[in-house]
Ligand binder design. Structure first.
Ligand code: SAM
Ligand code: SF4
Ligand code: F3S
Length: 477
């Protein structure tokens, strides 16, 4: 019971009011911490994985700050460390286990340090078992469906003094209207949907992120309007398959309809989105992109494989020809568009011949960039039960060949815009040379240019003087 505030003496049952109750409790605790230590309690968040996780981490950072914590520059100086984890491939898991060993050392030095784990990896029961057994010093574990409960769980952990594990097997309500602390003041990710219903045969995401749920159009618009009035110029609409946006809503809406509504928001300058699934990409989307003044000329469209038979095994619901037709239409309607992709090499049923198909699609599509991955077996997915057709050595050879082909097409594509002047959103001071700035053209390619840091967050016209590797050196015009 909180004697000082009889109005909110017990936690409300309704969200998000309940979380604000616990944020208030943590604030009181942090005020006492400040009195005692003459400094604020510090948090550190390490994010693994995709932009969904980045956005979740921003939301959790917002809760920490609202609760009276301050951000710590390093793990060593933090009082609470949170790892927001990914499990899409085995190496993501291994990185977390490796880091937990380091955290054990920090906890030995400072027993008051709180170590928290959240995110996709925590949705797997085998992971929880392993942490309980091998890393018992972890204080708080929660998953993907209850990140909004951070304040409540943290408070409970502090009060009880014992380890808390709260994993929900299934998604429940979408809780909104909680604080968030953006990494960049001028751009932001915006979730338009959660989860995934596609069950690609190799992928763990539907199991750890739950079923597809779209947010209501009005909630998305309200969030973007608030972001714009807070200085945001560019939004990245986030979903595992944005092209199926709206299918789960009672009043059916489509992704192109959502884009048209967002386009109308005054003050918003740039719209990006990811990821797009080829099976749901409509001509209507291409029309909206072609006629829009705000949607950036960039599409990330995962190919995964260029072999129609492997695509069938992967449960992707499109063929090599379907994919190439989409690329053709996009390039006809939006000549400057950059198309990037994801490719997996070494899917169990894949042969060296299938990889040749992938190489030919890369050449024909002419990708501007690609994330290439070696297939990683994920327990519980249908592909995990399959026998491999290629040896590890063959897979690595094929991977190198795919990577080399992608690098060649990307280089060619990037050189095409040299000499052009394009709008660049300046994002930061260059990491290596403080006299230089770094930004992105609509096609998403990075540009380095000479300029003053006062331009950060501005959209300026830049001449692309030359291409170096996969970025440009440019100059202000
Ligand atoms: N929903 C997005 C889509 O379908 O375009 C992809 C999201 S997934 C987080 C990012 C990428 O990871 C996928 O496009 C795929 O290439 C890769 N990926 C997923 N599962 C994988 C696995 N088991 N092994 C290797 N790469 C994988
Ligand atoms: Fe994974 Fe496929 Fe869903 Fe993308 S669409 S998250 S690859 S299951
Ligand atoms: Fe993203 Fe990794 Fe989860 S890629 S959805 S953080 S498994």
């Amino acid at each position: 019971m909180d004697e000082r505030d009889p109005v909110i003496s017990s936690p409300p049952g309704k969200e998000p009011e309940r979380q604000y109750y616990f944020i208030n409790k943590l604030m009181q605790r942090n005020a006492a911490f400040f009195e005692k230590n003459k400094r604020r309690s510090r948090f550190f968040i390490q994010t693994f994985g995709c932009q969904m996780n980045e956005r979740d981490s921003e939301k959790m950072a917002g809760v920490f700050i609202k609760s009276g914590f301050e951000s710590s520059g390093s793990e060593e100086e933090a009082d609470v460390i949170l790892y927001n984890t990914c499990t899409v491939r085995d190496n993501a898991d291994q990185r977390v286990y490796g880091r937990l060993g380091v955290l054990k050392g920090l906890k030995d030095k400072n027993p008051d340090l709180l170590i928290c784990l959240s995110g996709c990896m925590m949705q797997e029961s085998s992971v929880i078992e392993k942490i309980k057994k091998s890393y018992p010093f972890v204080d708080l574990i929660f998953g993907t469906h209850n990140i909004y409960k951070l304040a409540e769980l943290l408070y409970e952990r502090i009060e009880s003094g014992s380890q808390i594990i709260d994993i929900w097997e299934h998604e429940k309500e979408i809780v909104e209207e909680l604080p968030s602390k953006r990494k960049y003041p001028f751009k932001s990710g915006v979730n338009i949907m959660y989860g995934c219903n596609n069950f690609c045969s190799y992928c763990i995401v539907p199991y750890v992120r739950g079923r597809e749920r779209s947010r209501e159009i009005k909630d998305i618009i309200r969030e973007i309007e608030a972001l714009v009035s807070d200085g945001v110029k560019e939004v990245m609409l986030l979903g595992q398959n944005v092209n199926s946006y709206g299918k789960t809503l009672p009043d059916k809406v489509t992704f192109p309809e959502l884009l048209r509504e967002i386009e109308r928001i005054e003050g918003l300058k740039r719209i990006r989105f990811m990821s797009s699934h080829p099976k749901d990409l409509s001509d209507e989307l291409i029309n909206v992109m072609a006629s829009s003044e705000k949607i950036c000329s960039h599409l990330h469209l995962a190919l995964q494989s260029g072999s129609s038979s492997v695509l069938k095994d992967m449960n992707r619901h499109y063929t090599k020809e379907d994919y190439l037709l989409i690329v053709k239409k996009l390039r006809e309607r939006i000549p400057d568009i950059a198309i990037t992709t994801d490719i997996i090499v070494g899917y169990p049923t894949e042969t060296a011949e299938d990889v040749e198909d992938t190489v030919s699609v890369i050449k024909e599509a002419g990708f501007d960039g690609a994330f290439t991955f070696i297939y990683s077996k994920r327990t519980g997915t249908p592909a995990a039960a399959l026998e491999f057709r290629m040896s590890e050595e063959e897979i690595h050879k094929c991977f190198d060949r795919v990577l080399k082909t992608v690098q060649e097409t990307a280089k060619k594509r990037i050189s095409l815009l040299v000499g052009r002047t394009l709008p660049v959103l300046i994002e930061s001071v260059n990491e290596k040379d403080p006299a230089m700035l770094t930004g992105r053209i609509p096609q998403n390619t990075v540009v380095h240019l000479r300029g003053d840091s006062s331009l950060i967050g501005e959209i300026v016209n830049v001449r692309l003087d030359r291409a170096e590797g996969f970025y440009y050196i440019g100059s202000l015009t």
